[in-house]
Write a protein that binds this ligand. Structure first.
Ligand SMILES: [Zn+2]
Ligand SMILES: [Zn+2]
Length: 431
């Protein structure tokens, strides 16, 4: 949606772009929606100005995993409201998962999403196409036609592919089209009836458990199939130490396997599930302390490639039910960067450069987007953030149409300051 008529000068920020090994105090000049120059004291008398002193100026953040609910469940979120929430979280691009109503399994639904986003969303929306028709796991969706219409990956997130033969075919197709296969790894027989992570806390709450094995069986299957087909395979919302180990080994073998971790899986554990509050109910569930610590380790040692939100809005009437009948999922755009700065950078686990890799450079690479860089000539998608800004998350101020978060009232150190898409400021703190 943003037009890019006026030039923009970002002054005196710390320009941090791991895609070109850049980390220096400088100005960034944007002309006609593209990066025109980076350097000290740039002169551009006609340009609009943004003072970035004390802030990091980074390539725009890309969320590989979000649910925007349109078409079909606009009471929970729309492409416009989700796009605004993403912008307020510092994201310049989001990947929209296909489990809408109808499912994005055809070029016409893909066209609808692309067109609506162009007209209404302040951030770029890249649709993910379904693997199978209606995500029913029986017949492959029209992957080639969706590719033409603009999908950047395929996934049956929300309704994972149980049929291994279908997944093998999907991977063969995908590698032919140069598309990444993103899988929500869950064996539905192993997780049947589960409400939270299988363990002591689930027993104490009298809730059905979702075992680590229900995820790990499918991670293992998909790595095998990726090795056989040559497909690029990306593990969505990886949550267990065992899954992480398998990804680590696959990478050592040189396989094109990558993974993402959500902010909730690197901050919370199953012990945080209290008072049957459904804002702590998601899939995969909050895991054990050992699993959470493994996520922190993987984020630090490079095994984890990306931080993705799995932003999953649900209307109050759906989510404010008994724990066992409430739907899975939480919103996440506006808290992701704050949680990462607070829990990963300020604890000394990762550097700011690594954070920018996890939010921007790597996501672009995983799905082959021409983004995630501030190189001169690149599209000017930029995230400006202040690592020191202290703020408290108030979900009642959220741009999302939904309020399902476990992080309401949380005080954080560090957060987004301005979001720039194709050279235009689409969100600014306090605006
Ligand atoms: Zn999922
Ligand atoms: Zn999801």
């Amino acid at each position: 949606m943003p037009d890019s008529s006026q030039d923009l000068l970002l002054q005196n920020g710390r320009v941090l772009d791991p895609s070109q090994g850049l980390d220096r105090q400088a100005d960034v000049l944007i002309r006609s929606g593209r990066i025109a120059a980076i350097g000290p004291n740039l002169a551009a008398p006609e340009a609009a100005r943004l003072d970035a002193s004390g802030c990091v100026v980074a390539p725009g953040f890309i969320d590989l995993h979000a649910h925007l609910r349109e078409p079909g469940r606009e009471h929970a979120e729309t492409i416009e409201s989700g796009g605004r929430a993403a912008a307020a979280g510092g994201f310049t691009s989001v990947l929209a998962m296909p489990n809408t109503q109808p499912v994005n399994d055809s070029a016409s639904v893909t066209h609808f999403i692309v067109q609506t986003a162009r007209e209404q969303s302040p951030v770029n929306v890249f649709p993910v196409g379904a693997i199978s028709e209606k995500s029913c796991g029986e017949r492959l969706a029209s992957i080639g036609a969706m590719r033409e219409a603009g999908i950047v990956a395929i996934s049956d997130d929300g309704r994972p592919v149980m049929n291994s033969d279908l997944m093998r075919h999907a991977m063969s197709y995908a590698s032919g089209f140069g598309l990444t296969v993103i899988d929500h790894c869950e064996d539905l027989d192993l997780s049947a009836g589960g409400q939270m992570h299988e363990g002591f806390t689930a027993v104490r709450h009298g809730l059905g458990g979702i075992s680590a094995a229900s995820e790990e069986v499918m991670v293992s299957r998909d790595i095998l199939l990726a090795a056989k087909t040559g497909a690029r395979f990306h593990v969505a919302h990886l949550s267990t130490a065992g899954s992480l180990d398998m990804v680590r080994q696959a990478k050592r073998r040189g396989l094109p396997v990558t993974c993402e971790v959500t902010p909730h899986h690197f901050t919370l554990t199953d012990e945080d599930v209290k008072d049957y509050d459904a804002n702590f109910k998601m899939k995969p569930p909050l895991r054990s302390r050992e699993d959470r610590d493994a996520m922190l380790e993987g984020l630090a040692d490079g095994t984890v490639d990306a931080i993705a939100t799995d932003h999953a809005p649900h209307a109050g009437s759906e989510k404010m039910q008994e724990f066992d009948v409430a739907p899975f999922g939480i919103i996440g755009f506006e808290t992701a960067l704050g949680l990462a700065l607070d829990r990963l950078v300020h604890t000394g686990r990762i550097s700011l450069a690594r954070l920018v890799e996890l939010f921007s450079v790597n996501p672009a690479r995983i799905v082959g987007l021409d983004r995630g860089t501030l190189k001169v000539g690149a599209v000017a998608d930029i995230t400006v953030f202040d690592p020191e800004r202290r703020w408290t998350y108030d979900v009642n101020q959220s741009f999302s149409r939904s309020r399902n978060t476990p992080f309401h009232g949380l005080a954080l150190r560090g957060g987004p300051v301005a979001t720039i898409v194709t050279g235009k400021i689409v969100w600014q703190v306090g605006s």
